[in-house]
Write a protein that binds this ligand. Structure first.
Ligand code: ATP
Ligand code: MEV
Length: 345
């Protein structure tokens, strides 16, 4: 029987607590965004796994099912999709004939967790294709096993939990992936600025890991101060009437910690943050692992024009999001087509 499923997963902004999950087992605060990755999985007769990605960055591939089952990777961009197949389908028989396509609205490798979005969506679509519907914690476990276990990239639970659960949430770290929902959405529009400065999470992480493990005083100071900030942001966002001026100030404070202690900002990111705040943004910070990629700002409607004008002339791409995204991973199992009737004439 032919079976197919489509899953979508959002990108995420990190509001506070980048890196705490893997550094100290600490929590973070995240919000998902309405820029989503869509993965379709289906099975047709054949011996290979077919990976198709709509992104101009990626070259489509056909990989023998045995090679996937053995865990052999080629080191290219589609390894994330391949790893999701391996942790979900396991045997060569199950893998043979699987076709996986991915398209995305979000900048890739730029701090919005495109890798967790594609992995979570792929694990979910492949499970549904096989007739199973794992709970969100299981989807997070499989996705982390794909990125971290298979590819040696990825970090703690933050990205998988953010993308799978959706909304504005306090992500708890530790052994069990979990999130405490704070609110469905942020009550202020968000402007995301992609600096187009290339970076990869893997490289960013290895330098931070080395410094933290070597006892670097700035990294340890960051870990302490960021944990306090996570508490303050969680409390501020949990109020019945949220004071977004306060939330904005806390975000900017978080950016300062990343810039001065972790030292993972760039002059262009700092320039965008400063210009947006001077033009009326409530607060701004980089998102994700830094060293390039995206920053974001909370911008009330009345300041939107001046904030966008302040960015004119900078080599950046800007996304204006009227609201953040309440929905985490979502899946639809497509009905198998009815069998063709033999023509009796
Ligand atoms: N739509 C997609 N299709 C296939 N692979 C994707 C897709 N989106 C992301 N990826 C994979 O994820 C990699 C990017 O992961 P990386 O962790 O470097 O960045 P990110 O997740 O976007 O940012 P961050 O982890 O800082 O939030 C890409 O190089 C590619 O291999
Ligand atoms: C923030 C981070 O955990 C997100 C990975 O996508 C990476 C890091 O710690 O540098």
């Amino acid at each position: 029987m032919r079976a197919a499923a489509v899953a979508t997963a959002p990108g995420r902004l990190c509001l506070a607590g980048e890196s705490l999950d893997w550094m100290t087992g600490g929590s973070s605060v995240v919000a998902t965004i309405p820029l989503r990755t869509k993965v379709t999985a289906w099975r047709a007769p054949g011996n290979a796994l077919t990976l198709l990605s709509g992104s101009p960055l990626f070259v489509n591939r056909l990989i023998p099912a045995e090679q996937v089952a053995e865990g052999k990777y080629s080191g290219d961009q589609l390894d994330y999709m391949q790893a999701a197949v391996r942790v979900t389908l396991k045997t060569a028989d199950q893998i043979a004939g699987t076709v996986l396509t991915a398209t995305t609205d979000m900048p890739v490798a730029a701090g919005l967790s495109s890798s967790a979005a594609v992995t979570v969506a792929a694990v979910t679509a492949l499970s549904a294709m096989n007739g199973t519907s794992p709970d969100l914690a299981t989807i997070c476990r499989l996705s982390r096993a794909a990125e971290t276990g298979e590819l040696g990239s990825g970090a703690g639970w933050m990205d998988y939990v953010a993308v799978a659960f959706g909304g504005v949430s306090h992500v708890t770290a530790g052994d069990r992936p979990g999130a405490r929902g704070i609110a469905p959405t942020l009550g202020v529009p968000v402007v995301i600025v992609d600096t187009l400065q290339p970076r990869t999470t893997m490289r960013a992480l290895s330098s931070k890991r080395e410094r933290y493990a070597a006892g670097d005083a700035s990294m340890h100071a960051y870990a302490r101060q960021a944990a306090d900030l996570v508490d303050s942001v969680t409390t501020a966002l949990g109020q019945q009437h949220v004071d977004y001026r306060l939330v904005g100030r806390l975000l900017t404070t978080g950016h300062g910690l990343l810039r001065d202690l972790v030292r993972c900002s760039t002059p262009l990111i700092d320039e965008c943050v400063a210009r947006m705040i001077n033009a009326g943004a409530l607060g701004a910070k980089l998102s994700g692992s830094g060293y390039g990629g995206c920053l974001f700002a909370l911008v009330p409607d009345e300041a939107l024009n001046s904030v966008l004008q302040a960015l004119v002339g900078l080599p950046v791409h800007t996304h204006v999001l009227p609201a953040s995204e309440p929905e985490g991973v979502a899946v639809t199992r497509l009905a198998a087509p009815a069998p063709q009737r033999a023509n009796s004439a």
